[in-house]
Design a protein around this ligand. Sequence first.
Ligand SMILES: [Zn+2]
Ligand SMILES: [Zn+2]
Length: 312
Amino acid sequence: MKLNGSEIIVTFLGTGAAIPADNKYHSSFALTHPKGTILFDCGEATQFNLRKYRVSTRKEFVIVISHFHSDHFLGLSGLLASFQLLGREEKVIIVGPEGIDELVHSLLNANYVHLDYELEILSIEPGDRLFRPGYSLHAIKAIHEARALSIIFEEDGRPGKISYTKIEELGIPSGPLIGQLQKGKSIEIDDRTIHPDEVMGPKRRGRVVAYSGDTRPNLNFIHNIPKPCDLLIHEGTYPSMMIELAEERSHSTIKEAAEMALESQANMVIVTHISSRFTSQEFNDEVKLIKSMYEHIEVAKPGMQYIIHLSS
Ligand SMILES: [Zn+2]
Ligand SMILES: [Zn+2]
């Protein structure tokens, strides 16, 4: 498939839960958008999979840590140290719950990592919206420990499509005046004022990717996701019959992830943070079960990519 740089590409890097399992790795996925990359969680081995799956870290690079369980952040100091060795000059932004600053500095100190590039560390609380060029991140309190957050990526909307029939009707000459209208500015021609909404269609929506982080099923999170949601990434740590364990450890079963999928009506749902407790038979049965519950659902694997094209 041909890509033109306007796509959002989500690449799964680590898709396992806390106990290490072959070929799953600890939590992490990268969301590459036209202005840069956001890494959501940075478990051990994240830097190896970033390289393996060729995720760009050159433009704006933001790391979001959903909570302070080590399977979500232990890869940080290694990744930051490798950037230093590679001579990085661009700033890295790290976002996380309150206390993220102390966590990052203690990891760097403990590992004797010195950085010459700038680190900007931003803490966010439930309900906060962090605005970056082109998008925002909305933090929702997760039902889990360690100050856990669910995060919703919302791309800024785009101006509507311009109608060249209207442009002609109104006698607007081709050139910079049309550009001004496209930027949302009114223009003057022959003592007439023309407003952008006279020649432009309705504003086009931005793309939405929602990440549950580690959590029990949480309708408050699901109901905060703008519709339509392009991609919901939901944890589904345990097989359905381990519901008591899921409740005890504040996780979701894979079936509960599918229930949240149904509630969200997202265009695509990818279940991640899969425990190593699944036997392969159990895993196959559970995948069948969730696919019978929701049509657009998959289970993540490292290296899996999901591409979201610009909405028309
Ligand atoms: Zn976890
Ligand atoms: Zn956790």
